[in-house]
Design a protein. Structure first.
Length: 555
């Protein structure tokens, strides 16, 4: 052979199909097993000859891997080669064949799989039950009913799961007949299967009754499975019973988020359109148990029945979630502050105002709630209700009191996020006892870090208001000493839609100085202000000043 010929041969390589075929024909057992596992990576047309090789192999594991490849690739023609194994003396081959029938078979497979349910080996019977479930045919119900009476608990478990996927009333009837199986694992699987039918038309009063009866089972796993099934079916008649489980729960320190059953009950109540379900969720907040789960369930109710859920929450605030006790009402209100989904309005504001007046709620919590429960902006064009007007007055009056100013600002911030910041707020926000001293721009940082943070919050609120006094105050603070208030003012001005170049003139003269700020957000805000509000001279000043700063700022 010439040098050129040898080089050409050395550079050539064996393709994947040829390599797998060679290894399946000539390789030792480990090589053949590995090759059979790799068949599924090929296209079906290319894989079929290799599947045939694998299914004809003398080693059981090679045949199993080849059958699995045929199943993954949907090669139904492989059944012609595996079907004779159903009569094999080797139980492993019978199991492989049964599994293939379930994945690749059709109605014609029901008869052979039904016979396999009488196999002397429980693993084959179990595989046959699983295969019948995979077919999802009503004709499979009757043979699966036989498997549901098998002496082996594993076979019964698999049959129950298969019946859960089988359509038709007979499948449901057979499951109902086995709901009291003496083996816990089987009962759990039966209830799981009935729960899975919650999405099917065959869920009816009989199924609901069995699931409700399972709520009294001694095993937590069975009870949880029943609760999940009732929730999936949205079986409203179960609401009073599920509510009772919550009411009978232990003390808050024991009824924690780790309690699977309570979490399942709360989640189920969130899906049931029933007044008792909503009332139970509010009582749960009042008791302080499984709080995060209860809030998720209430959010689910707010999606489906927002008005009804808000009425239940308002009733809990007004009368108390647990025998009218103040601590329970406080816990309800505290949890509600996390519910941004609330529409708000008269029904929620009124009990908060009453609770603030009689001392049931702390000022910090009540003032935050008054802002959080304001009717949203889309309703703000309507004439405000008496409760809304009173809530605004209370917030503004409390903002000027030293002991409640921070809480009132919290309420105003929450109202602003709902798009309903009252125009009268600017009068209060500009007060020295709220914003800070009039000489804020000239002092050395206000009255301390706490005062600076409060001033920054007030400045951010002023930035939401289309008012000339608010705008000029933002400019004054933006040209003041470095700190949270100045940063908040610059960010507010950079987002403001108001154009007032005369008011901005003090800021324009300070552009070069401000661009030397150590805070990149402040520098970016100055550029945004100049671009949105500045005149030609201001823009030239920004461009000149940017020559002295880093490349990121120039970009």
């Amino acid at each position: 052979m010439s040098i050129d010929a040898r080089s050409s041969s050395a550079l050539s390589f064996e393709g994947q199909e040829a390599r797998l075929a060679r290894e399946l024909r000539e390789g030792v057992t480990p090589q053949r097993v590995t090759a059979a596992s790799e068949i599924a990576t090929l296209a079906p047309r290319a894989a079929w000859p290799l599947v045939q090789l694998g299914l004809a192999d003398p080693e059981i594991e090679v045949r199993r891997r080849a059958a699995t490849a045929a199943e993954e690739l949907g090669l139904a023609e492989a059944l012609e080669l595996t079907r004779p194994w159903l009569e094999s003396d080797d139980a492993d081959l019978r199991e492989i064949a049964v599994h293939a029938e379930g994945v690749l078979g059709d109605a014609a497979s029901v008869a052979s799989l039904s016979r396999a349910l009488g196999d002397p080996r429980f693993a084959v019977r179990s595989a046959a039950a699983e295969a019948l479930g995979r077919l999802e045919l009503a004709a499979c119900a009757s043979p699966l009913g036989t498997a549901l009476e098998d002496t082996d608990a594993t076979v019964r478990m698999v049959a129950a799961g298969a019946l859960g996927r089988t359509p038709g009333d007979e499948a449901a009837r057979l499951l109902l007949s086995r709901s009291l199986d003496p083996v816990l694992e089987v009962r759990v699987r039966v209830i799981d299967a009935l729960a899975a039918r919650g999405d099917r038309e065959s869920f009816d009063g009989r199924v609901g009754a069995v699931l409700i009866a399972a709520l009294a089972d001694e095993a937590t796993e069975v009870r949880v499975a029943a609760i999940v099934g009732l929730a999936r079916a949205r079986h409203a008649p179960a609401a009073p019973l599920l509510s009772r489980i919550l009411d009978q729960a232990g003390e808050p320190r024991r009824a924690s988020e780790d309690d699977r059953e309570l979490r399942a009950v709360v989640a189920a109540l969130g899906r049931l359109d029933d007044p008792s379900a909503r009332e139970a969720l509010v009582r749960t907040l009042g008791r302080g148990i499984v709080r995060s789960s209860a809030l998720r369930a209430i959010r689910t109710q707010l999606e489906g029945a927002p008005e009804a859920m808000e009425r239940a929450l308002a009733a809990g605030l007004a009368s108390g979630a647990e025998r009218g006790s103040s601590p329970a009402r406080g816990r309800v209100l505290d949890a509600m502050l996390e519910l941004d989904e609330l529409e708000g309005g008269e029904a929620l504001l009124r009990p908060v105002l009453v609770g603030l007046e009689d001392g049931t709620f702390s000022p910090a919590m009540a003032l935050a709630a008054l802002g959080a429960f304001m009717p949203r902006a889309r309703e703000a064009s309507l004439r405000p209700s008496p409760a809304t007007e009173e809530a605004v007055v209370v917030l503004l009056s409390r903002a000027s009191e030293p002991t409640t100013v921070d809480a009132a600002i919290d309420g105003l911030e929450r109202a602003a996020r709902r798009g309903v910041l009252d125009p009268r707020s600017v009068e209060v926000l500009l007060l020295p006892e709220v914003l800070g001293p009039p000489t804020l721009a000239d002092d050395d940082g206000g009255g301390g870090l706490a005062d600076d943070r409060r001033a920054a919050r007030v400045v951010a609120l002023l930035g939401r208001m289309d008012d000339p006094r608010a705008f000029s105050t933002l400019v004054r603070v933006a040209t003041g000493p470095e700190g949270p208030p100045r940063r908040a003012a610059l960010l507010a001005l950079s987002r403001s839609q108001r154009v007032d170049r005369a008011a901005l003139s003090p800021l324009s003269s300070e552009v070069a100085t401000l661009l030397r700020s150590r805070d990149p957000e402040e520098r970016a805000a100055i550029c945004a202000i100049a671009l949105r509000h500045g005149d030609d001279d201001t823009l030239r000043g920004v461009l000149d000043a940017l020559e002295a700063v880093g490349s990121v700022d120039r970009a």
